[in-house]
Structures are given as structure tokens and as C-alpha cells.
Ligand binder design. Sequence first.
Ligand code: ZN
Ligand code: ZN
Length: 279
Amino acid sequence: MARASEVLDVLAEVWRDLSPALPPGVPAVEAAEVRLEGGVPALAGEPLIGGPALVAGVREIGRRLQAIEGYGAAGAVSDAVARRSSTFDTELFAAAALGGMWDEMASLADGLELDAHALITLADYAARPALRAGALVVKPLVTASRWGRGTCPSCGAPPALSVRSGKEGDRTLFCPRCGTGWRYPWVRCPACGEDDHRRLGALHASGEGDFRRADVCDTCRSYVKSVAALDPPNADGVLRLDLDTAALDFAAIELGYHRDGVPDDRGGPRETGPVEHRR
Ligand SMILES: [Zn+2]
Ligand SMILES: [Zn+2]
């Protein structure tokens, strides 16, 4: 298996190269503001990337990832998508990738007789430059909004992790797909909204104190990792932190907690470490 950091290096490079110009007038800022007011992610339904551009992105990402050990199938799947792009609705494909509609994506994979996990992963990766560009446009709206949800105010994805920063130790959740950060209370589960502290706990990596931990919820059995940082991470930094804290994922999953979200970003084996369960 490939080193997971190698995958992130390749992705960071290809995302830089793919970095698309958003279509004119997209995202529609006024509509985005109305959505946020109504508790809907700012970028919901925005055509940030067209079907042909997304297919081209899938092709390029598959081509570059296939050289990495364990990613050989990426080339074949992305080839098949590009070769057969006249046989399915690429605009729906793009909308599903942007909106994280993975059930729809799995149906498409079935129709094309492709591996669903591989197609979802490639489509997710290919949509990210457009999501990041869209998130930058709506960032002032998101910052000014009173978003109270545990999912990304820009694109709707579940958070990759929490970052604790500042003197007050404020909690900011970060999105793995578009890089958006948003404030969220500590004593509340992002997945189900549970705010009874007796139902919320933390798994600590030994020797790290509160520096790195997984906040767990016994109501919905989900967890979110939490790290302390001086500066908020950028979009690539969120993925690095996620990778660097993989030991916490192992520990939480081993204890029967799950992580809501997007396809696996890390793609390879992770180092485990000793972790203790504390209340
Ligand atoms: Zn997002
Ligand atoms: Zn919960």
C-alpha cells in the first residue's frame, strides 16, 4: 500500500493544476445568502463545475494516482468514465459530485459496471478544486452568518475535525471537501446535536493531553477528532491534520464509534498508537 502522505502530495499537486475558473455568476451570492439564512449550505445546487470539466478532472486524477501502489484501479476507472461520458448525463454526474450525493454516484457506477468506491473517490477528488473556489467566494457570507449546524455551511459535508484555537479555546470545525471552517459549541455533537455532557466524552492519545483527542457521542455513536493549533489550517492543511491524527480514528472505530462523511481521504495504512478512554 502507498504511504498516505504520498497520495496527499499527488492530490495537492493535481488540485493546483486543475484549479478551474468558476462559470460567470457562479456561485450566485444573493441566492447563497438566502440559503444560509434558511439553514441550507451556501453552495447547494450551484453549478460550480460543468460535466465535461469534471470528467476531465476525474481522468487527470486517475492518471496521476494510478502510478501509486494500491491505486492501480484509479486509471482504469477514470479511463472508462472518460471513454463512456457520452452514454450518461455528465451534468448530473457533476451535480452529484458537488453535492456529495454518493448514493446517486453508486447507482451511476452500477450502470457503468464500475467499482462504486473508486468512482465516488475520483469524483469527490475531482470536484474539490471547484468547491474550494466556490467556498472562497461565499466565505464573507459564511463568516457573517449564524450557522448552527454541524455540517459545512458552504458545501454541506460533515467536518473532518475540530480545531481548538485562541485563548478561549474556541472550537472551529473544518470541512475536508472545501476547506471551510465554522464555529461550533464544544458541548454539542456535530452529527446529532446532542448537548447533554453526560452523553459526550473524549478519547485521548496517551501523552498528548488535550492537544489531540476524539470527541465522541454516545447518543449517535459518532466521533470528531479535535486538535489544538495556533493558526487555522488551509484546505490542504485540514487533510494533513486529518492524516496526522489517524491513530485517533483507529482508536474510536475500535471502540465502536463511526465517522460520518465523505470517502476515505487517507487511502492507506495508518499508524496506530496507544490511546486511553477518558471521561
Ligand atoms: Zn465544505
Ligand atoms: Zn451524536
